[in-house]
Every structure is written in structure tokens, then in C-alpha cells.
Design a binder for this molecule. Structure first.
Ligand SMILES: N[C@@H](CCC(=O)N[C@@H](CS)C(=O)NCC(=O)O)C(=O)O
Length: 209
């Protein structure tokens, strides 16, 4: 296998944490988004979507989405399970992962990419250059506030995002919450369940990567 990573970006970090939680040591190539290497001919030959992360499997398939990478690795290396054990758990993990992506990851990215000058003409990742829409940054900021409320409600009722065990949904939520610092959004000080969960996840070796 070959893993294409970018140390500064949140989505590759999610895959990196997943790999570490599985205890795997996969050959890794660093692609610098800051230097535009994701748009190079060499990289788009691997991933025409020009995004990170990518896992090239032993079968030679380039998996270009976190969910695809997680499903592949879970199937090949079932222990420890990060996508749930029972049918009900599996459903909950993917449900919560999707909620976290849509309600957390998306608005954080929308805010950053439609506001920061570094993303002028790069408002959406990929090979096509899209202009920024400042109103989307405004809306994104409001949606991130809602995300923190949603997460607090869930974590007040459940030790981890998808239930009693640490799963992919925690990896996604942890990485996005941590990355929210780039838009100056922090866990509100009164959100005690989220703060406690964040501290617990931060202590995992995979969170140091
Ligand atoms: N849906 C993809 C998201 C991949 C993605 O958006 N990656 C960002 C980095 S966080 C990227 O490649 N950005 C390239 C760019 O900004 O041009 C996944 O699940 O991994």
C-alpha cells in the first residue's frame, strides 16, 4: 500500500489517525497543498480529483475518500474495529460520521475557503478553480456554532460520538474540532462534555500525528 498524505490538512489527518489506530505502518508520500503539488500532473495521474488523502491499495486501486480508505482498511484489518461490530453499531458509526462531516467539516471548510486570501480562486478543493463567495463564510460561521451545540448534546448522552466505543466518527469529529482553530472557533467553555471528550481523544497516540 502507498499513502499520500499532507501534514497540514484535516482530511489526510483523519486517514492518518485511522491508520495509526489500526497499528499499521504504511509507506507514505507527502504532498504539499501549500505548494500546489496536488494539482501537479504527477499527482493528478494518481488522483484526478486533486485531493488528499489517497490510499493506493495492494490491488493498485487509488482510494480517494476517507470513507473508502476506512472501509478498505477495516475489512483487511478488522481489529480494533473502528466502524462498529454489530449491524446496529455499523449503522450508527456511518450515520454519525456523516453528521460530523456535513454539520462540522463542511461549514468549517466553507468558512475558511470563502474568507481566507490563501484560497482566493480555490474555494472548493479539486482541479477546477472556483471563486470565493463571502456570504458562504458568514453562513459557515453560524453553522459551526450549531455544530458545537449538536456535538455537546450528543456527548452529554454518549461517551463517544457513535456510542460507547471510540470509532471513525470520533476521529472525524476530533480532527474537525481541532482544525476549527483556523477560523478561530473553539469549543465553548460551558460545553463540558465536549471538552472532556476532546481531552480524552487528544491523549491517544494517534492524535499526536
Ligand atoms: N471527501 C474527501 C475530502 C478530501 C479533501 O477535501 N481534501 C483537502 C484537504 S483537507 C484537499 O485535498 N484540498 C486540496 C486543495 O485545497 O486544493 C475525503 O473524505 O477525504
Amino acid at each position: 500500500m502507498l499513502f499520500y498524505d499532507c501534514v497540514t490538512a484535516p482530511n489526510p489527518r483523519r486517514a492518518r489517525m485511522f491508520i495509526a489506530e489500526k497499528g499499521l505502518d504504511i509507506e507514505t508520500r507527502e504532498i504539499s497543498i501549500a505548494n500546489g503539488e496536488q494539482l501537479s500532473d504527477a499527482f493528478t495521474a494518481v488522483n484526478p480529483h486533486a485531493t488528499l488523502p489517497v490510499l493506493v491499495t495492494d490491488e493498485g486501486t487509488a482510494l480517494t475518500e476517507n470513507l473508502g480508505i476506512a472501509a478498505y482498511l477495516e475489512s483487511r484489518f478488522p481489529e480494533p474495529p473502528l466502524l462498529g461490530r454489530t449491524p446496529d453499531e455499523k449503522g450508527q458509526v456511518l450515520m454519525w460520521n456523516s453528521i460530523v462531516e456535513q454539520q462540522g467539516g463542511k461549514p468549517i471548510a466553507e468558512t475558511l475557503r470563502n474568507r481566507h486570501p490563501a484560497f482566493a480562486d480555490r474555494a472548493i478543493p479539486g482541479p477546477i478553480h472556483y471563486a470565493q463567495i463571502p456570504e458562504l463564510a458568514q453562513r459557515g460561521t453560524a453553522r459551526v456554532v450549531h455544530f458545537f451545540t449538536l456535538l455537546e448534546k450528543r456527548l452529554a448522552a454518549s461517551p463517544y460520538v457513535a456510542g460507547p466505543e471510540f470509532t471513525l466518527a470520533d476521529i472525524s469529529a476530533f480532527v474537525f474540532v481541532d482544525f476549527a482553530r483556523v477560523i478561530k472557533a473553539r469549543i465553548p467553555t460551558e460545553n463540558s462534555a465536549t471538552l472532556a471528550w476532546f481531552e480524552t481523544v487528544s491523549a491517544r497516540p494517534s492524535a499526536q500525528l
